[in-house]
Design a protein around this ligand. Sequence first.
Ligand code: SF4
Length: 456
Amino acid sequence: MSHPDKAAQFIRDEAKAHWHDRALWYVRAKRDRVAQGVPEWETLREIAAQIKAHTLSKLPDYLEMFEGNAKRLGAQVHWASNAAEHNEIVYGILKSHGVRRLVKSKSMLTEECHLNPFLEARGLEVVDTDLGERIVQLAKEPPSHIVLPAIHKRKEEIGELFHRHLHTEQGASDPAYLTEAARGHLRGKFLKADAGLTGVNFAIAETGGLVVCTNEGNADMGTSLPPLHIACMGFEKLIPRAQDLGVFLRLLARSATGQPITTYTSHFHGPRAGGELHIVIVDNGRSQILQREEFRRALFCIRCGACMNTCPVFRRSGGHSYESTVPGPIGSILSPARDPRKYWSLPHASSLCGSCTDVCPVKIDLHHQLLAWRKELARLRLLPLSKRMAMNIGGWVLRYTWAYEWSGRLARWAIPKLPRVILYGRWNVWGRQRELPPFPKESFREMYKQKVGSRR
Ligand code: SF4
């Protein structure tokens, strides 16, 4: 199903769609307030972008340096060229240690590789320990947002879910009560786990250390109790020096949730005493993106989710409508790079307003890349005929002033005469109840002239 079809399903529940929109806008507004409290914010963004560009330009060197230093600290480093290899490597490590129960902190990479179903099919118990991730895992749904995985669920729905799985009181929806219930449930899982798996926010080449940011401390719990720690990372998580970390940590939490810093910023330098640390470095299509000049900057992404919170399309269509591990503006660039045929509709899920580019802490030119993808998909002839025809007609109308004026006149004459079934019926994606305002009789140019004239 294409993005517009899934989005139409999402907005059928108008109240939920509005609530989703407002919830994300609240996070966006919070991000604005804390960003404005840092006078050097724009300088930080510029430095972060330059560090990322530099790292990617010398990627093989930094990867080698990281591997050498991580091994020196006692970690074992594995390389996976795709998702299947990644899953086999992780399973191999778990099997050789006799692991039956695995606890995971948030890792979008393992979502991308579909690690959970792979391990569950081989008889392992896999428990996501981030609260939002656990909620969607119990609901058997994928995350709908990379930072707020259960943002599409209301507290009443979570209460119902917890009642079924964690035996909380029926009808209870108090967030504090539900969080406490989840805490008790997860505590038991941590205590029984044989291994812990984490994602990686930053990998430091000069030290061989890893940094994982969480708000719940679940990465620390999952790696402190069991003796085996597996850390999975895409190669773009690399930064050259420890001193670069400060730049990204100041940007990440502020952009993600409007916090000055994540509650836990955990540093791992080699395995803990008596334990083992395995680091799995994954490509899975990243090299192809790196080779393409116009899309390379997408690999700067630090997965803060700010572009999703601000995107008017994401807020009003929900993360599941993208049907991709990373949704929103950045997902609409990364996903077509993997499979343009499957994800052809995603670069069109944007108003191209540029708000995503404005908030991105590492200055990815998101809306320019979305436009570039639209051109690329048209070149590959992957757009459906209806879209191609509409775009060709639109392009022709916009090319000639007279065609623009005449099409405006035609629209003003024809639209009020169209049957109501077209305006408000089955084809009206905004829902049947909504009455559109009357169509103006004058052209925008005439309205503008009247307004300006009345002010003079
Ligand atoms: S593209 Fe930028 S704003 Fe979007 S998630 Fe990545 S870093 Fe954050």
